[in-house]
Design a protein around this ligand. Structure first.
Ligand SMILES: Cc1cc2nc3c(=O)[nH]c(=O)nc-3n(C[C@H](O)[C@H](O)[C@H](O)COP(=O)(O)OP(=O)(O)OC[C@H]3O[C@@H](n4cnc5c(N)ncnc54)[C@H](O)[C@@H]3O)c2cc1C
Length: 469
């Protein structure tokens, strides 16, 4: 295994459990890749960026169970939205069966007008009637989500205060640059086909602590995890990979090799003639990046009791109350984070406009928005703040992007790929990364002549949806 992000860990743990002696090489001193955390010089534990999962992420859930981390994710049934005028909206399943489980909270959703709601209901019906696959998705050239919403005659309010709010966070891209297939899938899998797909799971520990069990699982089967161990190149002989190269002329050989590194890194590691000759590798250069910016605020007092809030019509999209989310083990007297007061983490997906802005300007902008949304923050002092810009957070799910995503099995014998950017049918998410790892592990098992299934099925339809889905 080359790469100790979620994709590499998922493949490594699955194969170790199947009896392989897995050797995992990770270039950094810790595991988790993009979904990890680290310690600031003052001892504060911060996530690279807040990460959340949803009830419909069945493979990530399976992975957390395998490595003993499922109890470190807390699921919430209620999503809270707040606009600058102070109007609140909630999304929460009520008594009715799917697909009507959200009807009650949707009817009361104050930031949307009646006209917005009717137009949203019309589009939802189109998704429902087609079981998540409207005919527009079969057109020869893929259409954007914005184009599909226009065809569904969505109001400006519905687009800005509903579709955009949910999808930019879920897919890290603006609606005009998102393949409609991905956008529609989010609503089908998370909000329509069953009652629990939308439930939001938030880690209650710093992200790096979710992977403690991975090393143990691999070592328990005779394998090993080597950190600070970047792979620099590969040997290919007669159409098969024969070794990976490290610093100081070190080389290692194996029966199978899974590369679970970012696609740009994999392209650099490949010998140039192979990268140019093989379309699946050549196409990697067509994958574009999308940014996410995380803003961390430490206030001298509590400014909200909500675990998380979505802000409407502002640059800041989500506010996570890290103090409330982290358990006493993190915050308590002897906990890791000793700051008194309250720690909030703000998330801004598809944050193209912020990439060039100075950090102080971003802090000032977000602080103003937080103080507007949370009256208690107006008198509170900001003790410290930090901004983490991830320019290459995810690949952009632009229309037709799937044609650039390679399968986990490659044309080079014994060489397999994993990573959220490989062909999983899912966008760049932790669920997508784990799926890619499981698919790579399945490909290795197949090549070894002992096929095995690791991939978990999607959440099934429930309620009235079972009548036609
Ligand atoms: C800011 C941000 C916020 C996000 N929020 C969410 C969210 O809320 N929910 C969600 O589901 N997803 C979210 N994501 C996406 C999610 O983090 C990724 O989809 C997922 O972690 C990708 O995992 P991966 O294993 O495919 O890749 P990576 O995590 O990138 O792992 C690749 C690993 O390979 C290692 N590596 C690189 N080069 C080498 C080399 N030469 N030799 C050895 N090792 C090497 C890297 O150090 C890394 O550990 C977010 C991403 C970012 C950046």
């Amino acid at each position: 295994m080359i790469g100790g992000g979620l994709a590499g860990l998922a493949a490594g743990v699955a194969l170790a459990e199947s009896g392989w002696r897995v050797r995992l090489f990770e270039q950094r001193p810790f595991l988790g890749g993009r979904a990890t955390s680290y310690v600031l010089p003052d001892g504060e534990h911060v996530d690279n960026c807040q990460h959340v999962t949803l009830g419909c992420c069945t493979n990530l859930d399976d992975f957390y169970r395998r490595v003993g981390s499922a109890n470190k994710i807390k699921f919430f049934d209620r999503l809270l939205f707040l606009d600058p005028q102070g109007r609140r909206g909630e999304m929460q399943a009520g008594m009715l069966p799917a697909p009507f489980h959200m009807t009650g909270s949707f009817a009361k959703f104050a930031p949307l007008t009646l006209k917005d709601k009717f137009s949203i209901a019309r589009a939802m019906l189109a998704i429902l009637r087609s079981s998540g696959h409207p005919r527009d998705l079969d057109e020869a050239s893929a259409i954007s989500m914005l184009e599909w919403l226009r065809r569904q005659r969505q109001t400006k309010g519905a687009i800005e205060r509903f579709w955009r709010v949910v999808l930019v966070s879920a897919l890290d891209e603006e609606l005009d640059k998102t393949d409609a297939r991905y956008g529609i899938d989010v609503f089908w899998k998370a909000f329509l086909s069953n009652r629990s797909g939308y439930r939001m799971g938030v880690p209650i520990v710093p992200l790096a602590e979710l992977y403690d069990g991975c090393k143990r699982a691999i070592e328990a089967k005779g394998g090993e995890v080597q950190l600070r161990c970047p792979v620099r190149g590969i040997h290919i002989d007669d159409g098969a990979i024969t070794a990976v190269k490290f610093d100081s002329d070190r080389e290692e050989s194996a029966n199978a090799y899974i590369f679970a590194v970012p696609h740009t890194t994999f392209a650099e590691i490949l010998p140039p003639e192979i990268r140019r000759a093989e379309p699946a590798f050549r196409n990697l250069q067509n994958l574009k990046d999308a940014p996410i910016t995380g803003v961390h605020f430490w206030f001298d007092r509590e400014v909200t009791s909500e675990p998380f809030i979505t802000l409407l019509d502002t640059t800041t999209q989500w506010v996570f109350n890290k103090t409330a989310l982290y358990g006493p083990a993190v915050n308590g007297e002897n906990g890791k984070n000793k700051t008194k007061g309250q720690y909030l983490q703000l998330v801004i997906s598809a944050s193209y406009d912020l990439l060039q802005k100075p950090r102080q300007e971003i802090i000032d902008l977000c602080l103003k928005e937080v103080r507007q949304a949370l009256p208690a923050a107006r008198d509170a002092n900001l003790v410290k703040a930090t901004v983490i810009k991830e320019a290459t957070a995810t690949f952009s799910p632009e229309p037709g992007v799937d044609r650039w995503r390679p399968k986990q099995e490659t044309s080079i014998r014994k060489l397999f790929l994993a990573g959220d950017w490989t062909a999983t049918g899912w966008p760049a998410t932790m669920e997508g990364a784990v799926r890619s790892g499981y698919l790579a592990a399945e490909a290795v098992q197949r090549a070894g002549g002992t096929p095995q299934t690791f991939l978990r099925p999607d959440l099934g339809a429930d309620g009235l949806v079972t009548l036609w889905a």
